[in-house]
Design a protein around this ligand. Structure first.
Ligand code: BLA
Length: 514
């Protein structure tokens, strides 16, 4: 291997996947020196496609493979070429009787890259504009992020016919979750499944930021080396960051095989220069998708990326409105109950304290009495929590998404209370409003049954989605979904309101006493 050391789970990020020195064999590659415009490297499979062995092409000019007319067309764009690909349909004197190719050209790393993909005909086979127009209309109209994602996977599946198309969204810790899916009815769902950050290593993520689409039409392929493997100018394999035929990491191929995937296509979803998620397409068997169709899928990915923030804003606004509305109703209950019965006002009627924002349960701890709603720790456990809070959480509103990480005793209540918001009531120490969120792992179930876990020969690397899910579980043990700013704001508001009411009661009592 190029690195000299085997790749394992711990050094995945160091695999030099941009310089594999090989391609996927669904096409062939010629690398021209950008100055001399002579062929300096060719993929070892040119004989199959051209009837000319790679060795025989080294040092030759384009006239060896192209007619004068086609050569003129290619040369006309070579001068202005950058990393953005230029597409040309060409007809070659072919070896295996397949004369038509899509020629995809770009310039990078001192090399003019000419990648040839065989096609049945030179005319583009793209869907009509009507489809696109309708698809864009649906994406624009989507009222929530989830609806937006669902339209997107439906459209990509309709366009490409992959067995499964999913949207995989990254969390702040770079793990990810399948949040939308369109699939063949007989396949087990992946919706809701989480994977750890290590499933897509850093350097791969960086590459998917530069490239909107990654295509692996046959996960069972045998890589085809470049001849020679090293570029004579740089003495290393050329940088294939922008090459569509770039050979895939053997580790990832193993992962795909374990997943039962015969072909994949991945579209990047990018927000503010960061990878927000990916549309991942899988097929049980190998599947070729034309360059034009892949271009169209990129277009959908870019459109998604451009609209995404506006959809997130819709979601946030909607949630904020719901919180405000519920909060208003809650305060009404409290007013109706009267200050002396504020606990009943908070817990007795819908919406209760628990219903204002997303959480598992809530509790009001007042004058040594604990009143709970929803799923919470037991009163005895809550008492212990209160003691800890008084010692360790001086702030008015304390929050955590992993109580057990702060206090080992929290392990006991992690099922119901990995996440905690504690708002202290001003009038007496030990009085709190509490909100609880369950451990995240418990809110997620594994649905896939079709993978047979396997290990690589050295027995160290575990590569299958099922095992990934287990790994993800370990990463997020004792952790709840993080609290959102709007939720913490609501907790602060409610605390102020209740403290205010308590203060009034206190003043009344004082007055009566006088
Ligand atoms: C690449 N890993 C990828 C890609 C995806 C995933 C989408 C992009 C390439 C592609 O289109 O297939 C992972 N695919 C997923 C996940 C889902 C999915 C999570 O459909 C869930 C629905 N992978 C590992 C480990 C390593 C690893 C442990 O699991 C490293 C040791 C490596 N993954 C790895 C590498 C790539 C990759 C190196 C880059 C492949 C390339 O572009 O050459």
């Amino acid at each position: 291997h190029l690195l000299g050391t085997p790749i394992t789970l711990t050094n995945c990020d160091r695999e030099p996947i941009h310089i594999p020195g090989a391609i996927q064999p669904y096409g062939f590659l010629l690398c021209l020196d950008e100055h001399t415009q002579r062929i300096v490297q060719a993929s070892a499979n040119t004989e199959t496609y051209l009837g000319q062995p790679a060795e025989s092409l080294i040092g030759a000019g384009l006239d060896r493979v192209l007619t004068p007319e086609q050569q003129a067309k290619v040369e006309a764009v070579l001068g202005s070429l950058g990393t953005a690909p230029q597409l040309l349909g060409v007809q070659l004197d072919a070896g295996a009787g397949r004369p038509y190719f899509k020629l995809i050209m770009h310039r990078y790393d001192g090399v003019l890259w000419l990648e040839f993909e065989p096609v049945d005909q030179l005319e583009a086979t793209t869907p009509d504009l009507g489809f696109l127009n309708q698809a864009m209309g649906q994406m624009l109209a989507a009222a929530t992020v989830l609806e937006f994602c669902q339209h997107t996977v439906d459209q990509v599946r309709a366009l490409t016919g992959f067995d499964r198309v999913a949207i995989y969204r990254f969390a702040a810790d770079e793990s990810g979750e399948v949040i939308a899916e369109a699939k063949r009815d007989d396949l087990a769902p992946w919706l809701g499944i989480h994977y750890p950050a290590t499933d897509i290593p850093q350097q791969a993520r960086a590459m998917y930021l530069k490239n909107w689409l990654r295509f692996i039409p046959d996960a069972g392929y045998a890589p085809v080396p470049l001849v020679p493997v090293r570029n004579p100018t740089t003495s290393r394999p050329p940088d294939m960051t922008y090459a569509v035929l770039r050979s895939v990491s053997p580790i990832h191929l193993e992962y795909l095989r374990n997943m039962g995937s015969g072909a994949t296509m991945t579209i990047s979803l990018i927000q503010n220069g960061k990878l927000w998620g990916m549309v991942t397409c899988h097929h049980l068997t190998p599947r070729l998708v034309s360059y034009e169709l892949r271009d169209l899928c990129q277009f959908i990915g870019k459109t998604f990326s451009a609209l995404l923030s506006s959809k997130e804003l819709l979601d946030d606004t909607e949630y904020q409105l719901r919180i405000s509305e519920r909060q208003g109703q809650l305060f009404e209950h409290v007013t109706v109950s009267g200050p002396a019965n504020f606990v009943d006002g908070l817990c007795g009627h819908f919406p209760t304290l628990r219903d204002v924002f997303d959480c598992g349960g809530a509790a009001v701890c007042f004058n040594e009495e604990i009143t709970t709603v929803g799923t919470t720790p037991t009163p005895a456990q809550i008492s212990e929590l209160l003691a800890w809070l008084q010692e360790n959480a001086p702030e008015d509103v304390f929050s955590t998404s992993s109580y057990a990480a702060l206090n080992p005793a929290g392990l006991e209540i992690r099922a119901t209370a990995s996440g905690i918001i504690a708002a202290s009531l001003a009038d007496a120490p030990g009085n709190y409003l509490l909100w609880f969120r369950p451990e995240q792992v418990r809110t997620v179930t594994w649905a896939g049954q079709n993978e047979k876990p396997q290990t690589l020969a050295d027995g160290q690397i575990f590569l299958s989605p099922r095992q990934s899910f287990e790994a993800w579980k370990q990463f997020v043990e004792n952790t709840a979904a993080p609290w959102k700013t709007v939720e913490l704001e609501a907790a602060k508001d409610i605390r102020l309101r209740i403290s205010d009411i308590r203060l009034k009661v206190f003043n009344e009592l004082q007055t009566q006493a006088r």
